[in-house]
Design a protein around this ligand. Structure first.
Ligand code: COA
Ligand code: AMP
Length: 638
């Protein structure tokens, strides 16, 4: 079957016969061993893609392009205002570094299936480390550099890496962050200890290496280059931890085969890119967006990718993203709405954009949270190109809803909507009973199985928890998001229906923050709410009830709890406000009414839940919120 170039036909074909659709897409990649069946089921009843086939993602990203005329094309443009560095790496150079570093890792004992944790900022060495692991069939797990030692320790214990690769440090605006003390603290907390720690030294923050344990990144590059090891299509490429509803993160497992096929397709069909073109994804390699569209997607298709180490603002100004587009002639810019809001706040008239030649830009893509219509319109007016809000999750690894600009006839994007289902995805909106709801009705957003290639096939060593996504409504994957589809088929993702929040495009668990607050000796119980924030989308705020007899002052407690969350999760959690309340509103069966509390704090209208045990508590809490300036608790319940 030839892939069709029409959006409607492609989407219909992908649902009518998923195996045939993706088998055809898979033939675009060079396989070491052809797959037996495109789609089959494993012993857990989980759909698996391309079993029997063998390939290697590092080969597809590097060797293949070097052998096919792209040796001298830039693969990466590293641009780091925070370290005042700019450097392009051609495909040949990136291959040489990766093959040598893989040789160095192998000399440290890293083999097929071993795990390697990478704790680094956006820097070329991190990309080399990822691709080198892939080359050996080792499984990398990148941990976002902003996570505190506790979070790193949790991931070390879950993934049990043979080697940990880190930078000596990073820079946040002008603040230098040495990583080795954070690694030391994490290793002191972790039960599992990696055999070796590989350190990439940065001249602004040299680290002292621990003899016997630590190895210099550069020393590994002295090794002889090694070829890519063909691995089964279903072999894990990476584990990426993401927040669930508890303090224990979920290790999303991505496989070599389906991932390569899906990302190759998405680069063309969704982003409308061709080999040789440039994409700039303003995200971090620690997130799914960074994995897929800074590193793997662009390299799989033979594009050039801008690897940016900095912020959208203040490094040095709100024109940085526009400079990057202009300097590298990017055809596509992809970032989070919060980054656009940060730019808009500092440069409301968009004057800085006028200083640059943005004629290469064909579209701006945003994801990570819903793009509010005001931000959407501002960006569209400023840039004069389509703005595409598209919806995805760490679990999917690539967009589920979008405007597939690479396919003919895809309906034009619309402010507030995340677009239409991407080929491969059967997106449905269900009611609580699992029945599809009519157009215009809000419900639970779910995907009808099978999930297309590239989506996770399990959670690392936690199949039981993976099944939690599938158990509630047999035949569906439950996304955790709520939303609706309008009469014209446009889909709207309106926010999480569980205890996950999005803070500046970072996915956090209110349950995890609650566990930290509840561990304070003065706290009897608590609720953490994700409140609306004009810049970050949402920020957490805590409501705590003191244990009997506790006399700690509210501000003192707030300071201690803010420090605890910062110390355990990281500064990115952004918990700044904690309010002491006499009681929390509960149902008669004892469940805290978190949604009602959030609506109250955000000043939204809400219906008083019929099951509330004591409605008067809400008035007390509202008074407290107003007194402390938390949220927008001004309106009364209706
Ligand atoms: N290492 C160490 N600390 C980090 C960090 C990192 N990699 N990333 C963030 N932090 C710290 C920040 O320094 C800040 O610390 P502070 O409280 O001491 O000031 C805190 O975490 C909060 O960071 P952030 O929420 O990023 O706020 P900010 O003011 O620094 O920047 C934005 C705001 C909007 C510019 C920024 O959040 C952003 O670019 N967001 C886009 C996120 C994104 O790309 N997500 C991926 C989905 S596409
Ligand atoms: P993450 O796994 O970190 O990528 O976060 C996934 C979550 O971010 C989703 O479940 C949504 O809640 C939210 N999200 C991502 N993209 C969008 C979007 N375009 N519109 C609305 N919410 C989004």
């Amino acid at each position: 079957m030839q892939p069709t170039s029409s959006y409607a036909a492609a989407h219909a074909a992908s649902l009518a016969d998923p195996a045939a659709f993706w088998a055809a897409e898979a033939t675009r990649l060079p396989w070491d061993t052809p797959f037996a069946e495109a789609l089959s089921q494993d012993e857990n009843g989980t759909d698996r893609w391309f079993r029997g086939g063998e390939l290697n993602t590092s080969y597809l990203c590097l060797d293949y392009h070097v052998a096919h005329g792209r040796a001298d094309q830039p693969a990466l443009y590293y641009d780091s205002p925070v370290t005042r560095t700019r450097r392009a790496y051609t495909y040949a150079e990136l291959l040489e570094l990766t093959a040598r570093f893989a040789g160095g890792l192998r000399a440290l004992g890293v083999e097929l299936g071993d795990r390697v944790i990478i704790y680094m900022p956006n820097m070329p060495e991190a990309v080399v480390a990822m691709l080198a692991c892939a080359r050996l069939g080792a499984i990398h797990s990148v941990v976002f550099g902003g996570f505190a030692p506790h979070e790193l320790a949790v991931r070390i214990d879950d993934a049990r890496p043979k080697v940990l690769i880190c930078a000596s440090g990073g820079r946040e605006f002008d603040r230098v962050i040495p990583y080795l003390p954070l690694v030391a603290e994490a290793l002191a907390k972790a039960r599992h200890q990696p055999a070796r720690v590989v350190v990439s030294q940065r001249d602004f923050v040299p680290a002292e290496l621990l003899p016997g344990r630590d190895v210099d990144f550069l020393a590994l590059l002295q090794a002889a280059p090694v070829p890519a090891v063909p691995v089964p299509a279903t072999h894990p490429l990476y584990i990426l931890y993401t927040s669930g509803t508890t303090g224990r993160p979920k290790g999303v497992v991505r496989e070599h085969g389906g991932h390569a096929v899906a990302l190759h397709y998405s680069m063309r069909a969704i982003y409308g890119l061709a080999p040789g073109e440039t994409i700039f994804t303003g995200s971090d390699i620690g997130w799914a967006v960074g994995h897929s569209y800074i590193v793997y997607g662009p390299l799989l298709l033979g594009c050039s990718s801008v690897l940016y180490e900095g912020k959208p603002v203040r490094t040095p100004d709100a024109g940085t993203f526009w400079r990057l587009v202009a300097d590298y002639r990017a055809s596509v810019l992809f970032t989070a709405p919060t980054a656009i809001r940060a730019i808009k706040k500092e440069d409301p008239e968009g004057r800085l954009a006028q200083q640059y030649d943005l004629s290469s830009l064909r579209a701006l893509y945003v994801a990570g949270e819903r793009c509010d219509p005001a931000t959407y319109t501002w960006a569209a007016d400023l840039l004069g190109v389509p703005v595409v809000d598209h919806w995805w999750q760490t679990e999917s690894g690539w967009p589920m809803l979008a405007t597939a600009r690479g396919l003919a006839g895809a309906p034009a994007p619309r402010a507030g909507s995340a677009g239409h289902p991407v080929p491969g995805y059967d997106v449905q909106v269900l009611d609580e009973a699992g029945q599809p709801v009519p157009a215009g009705t809000t419900g639970l957003v779910a995907l009808r199985l099978p999930l297309p290639p590239g989506c996770f096939s399990t959670l690392w060593q936690d199949e039981e928890r993976y099944q939690d996504y599938l158990r509630p409504y047999p035949g569906y994957y439950l996304s955790g998001d709520g939303g609706y589809r309008d009469a014209e088929g446009y889909c709207y993702i309106m926010g999480r229906v569980d205890d996950v929040i999005n803070v500046a495009g970072h996915r956090l668990s209110t349950g995890e923050i609650e566990e930290i607050l509840a561990a304070h000796p003065a706290v009897a119980e608590c609720a953490v709410l994700g409140l609306a924030d004009p810049l970050k989308g949402q920020v957490p705020a805590g409501l705590v009830v003191l244990k009997d007899g506790q006399t700690i002052g509210e501000e003192q407690l707030e300071r201690e709890l803010v420090a605890a969350v910062r110390g355990q999760i990281g500064a990115l959690a952004c918990l700044r406000q904690v309010l002491v309340v006499a009681r929390l509103p509960k149902t008669r069966s004892g469940k805290i009414l978190r949604k009602t509390l959030r609506q109250l704090a955000d000043g939204e209208d809400f219906n008083l839940p019929a099951t509330i045990d004591d409605p008067l508590i809400l008035d007390e809490i509202r008074a407290g919120l107003v007194r402390r300036g938390v949220g927008q608790a001004f309106s009364a319940p209706s």
